[in-house]
Design a protein around this ligand. Structure first.
Ligand SMILES: NC(=O)c1ccc[n+]([C@@H]2O[C@H](COP(=O)([O-])OP(=O)(O)OC[C@H]3O[C@@H](n4cnc5c(N)ncnc54)[C@H](OP(=O)(O)O)[C@@H]3O)[C@@H](O)[C@H]2O)c1
Length: 318
């Protein structure tokens, strides 16, 4: 369909109150579509830690409510508006920032054409569903910061951790992986560099110029000790919700740099075209070698009655 506004009955999950006891509604209502929009039937959508933080009200960004949940995902275009030129019905697409709320936890969502990127056939649904946030974040962490000879990362069994190991292989970067429990060793994407378990093994001094910190607290402290003089610790997540223990000596004698990274801020600064160029480049790499996401990565499958990982506050599909 082209040209006319279209409405359909859909189910989407909408946050109406954030906090420890959130209110999430399953909504069936018409989703209006304009001439510059595409309507997307959602295939897969991950449950990102930031989605959960938005629900619990613990994320730095507090969206205006009601808020259509689901920050990323992959879907198939089912109709396009009259002025849409680059996207056609049948294309698989993912959302790219700076569009603020994709609303991918839905059977269908409507996005401006300017906010979508067409997924090449060589990329699977599961990979496409986490490319725009975690895949891009991992790529930027490895390419925007000076790494010297090697990189150490914690939460290595996470989705971002898997992407870091994948891109590092392509970039020829040596990765030292840190996980917090023995079972997680087998969840780290292979091939990977050495894997250490927090609290059980100390990480030997190595030539490590960059530490990628998703956790904070003692885990970040362990990585600071492994850094070479003048190395950099980049914090991009705070999973443990604990401050980073850093000594004055780390700054004075080892001249470490502590900084941070936020993908959405990079996207805001660089603009949608830069995201497209980067995703095109990443797609060319992905078409050469398949990546497998960590087993059990939480996904929702909206077209299949929202099967996937149940969330305690998620109402049953109507
Ligand atoms: N700054 C940015 O632009 C940006 C972009 C994307 C993602 N992120 C952040 O990156 C982090 C990873 O995201 P993801 O989607 O890759 O996560 P994920 O696949 O869901 O994995 C979660 C990871 O966090 C670990 N974890 C959970 N709770 C923890 C705790 N209390 N202490 C230590 N580790 C804990 C888990 O370890 P176990 O398996 O042992 O439980 C697992 O390794 C999140 O903080 C996310 O918000 C930031």
């Amino acid at each position: 369909m082209t040209g006319l506004p279209s409405f359909s009955r859909i189910t989407r999950f909408v946050l109406t109150q954030a906090g420890p006891v959130p209110d999430v509604q399953a909504v069936h209502d018409p989703l209006p579509m304009g001439p510059d929009d595409v309507r997307v039937a959602v295939i897969q959508t991950p449950i990102l830690p930031s989605d959960l933080n938005i629900v619990s009200g613990t994320y730095a960004y507090h969206p205006p409510l009601p808020y259509a949940l689901g920050r990323e995902g992959v879907g198939r275009v089912v109709s396009v508006g009259a002025r849409v030129t680059r996207v056609t019905v049948g294309d698989r697409v993912i959302g790219i920032d700076p569009y603020p709320a994709y609303g991918f936890w839905a059977t269908e969502t409507v996005l401006p054409e300017s906010a979508v990127w067409v997924v090449p056939d060589a990329i699977s649904d599961a990979v496409a569903a986490t490319l725009a946030v975690n895949g891009l974040t991992a790529w930027l962490l490895l390419t925007q910061f000076k790494s010297g000879d090697g990189v150490i990362q914690n939460a290595a069994n996470s989705s971002v951790g898997a992407w870091v190991n994948y891109w590092a292989t392509e970039l020829g970067i040596h990765i030292i992986n840190v996980v917090r429990r023995p079972d997680a060793v087998s969840e780290v994407l292979q091939p990977a560099g050495p894997i250490y378990i927090e609290g059980q093994q100390s990480v030997p001094q190595a030539s490590v110029g960059l530490a990628l910190n998703a956790v904070g607290g003692p885990s970040a402290g362990l990585m600071l000790k492994a850094l070479s003089p003048r190395g950099t610790l980049v914090t991009y997540g705070a999973l443990a919700q604990l401050p980073i223990p850093v000594s004055n000596a780390a700054f004075i004698y080892r001249q470490l740099t502590l900084t941070g990274f936020l993908r959405s801020e990079w996207v805001r600064q660089m603009g949608a075209d830069a995201v497209r160029v980067t995703l095109d480049h990443l797609a060319s790499i992905l078409s050469q070698r398949v990546i497998s996401l960590p087993a059990g990565y939480p996904m929702l499958f909206p077209q299949n009655g929202f099967t996937g990982v149940p969330l305690p506050w998620m109402p049953p599909t109507l």
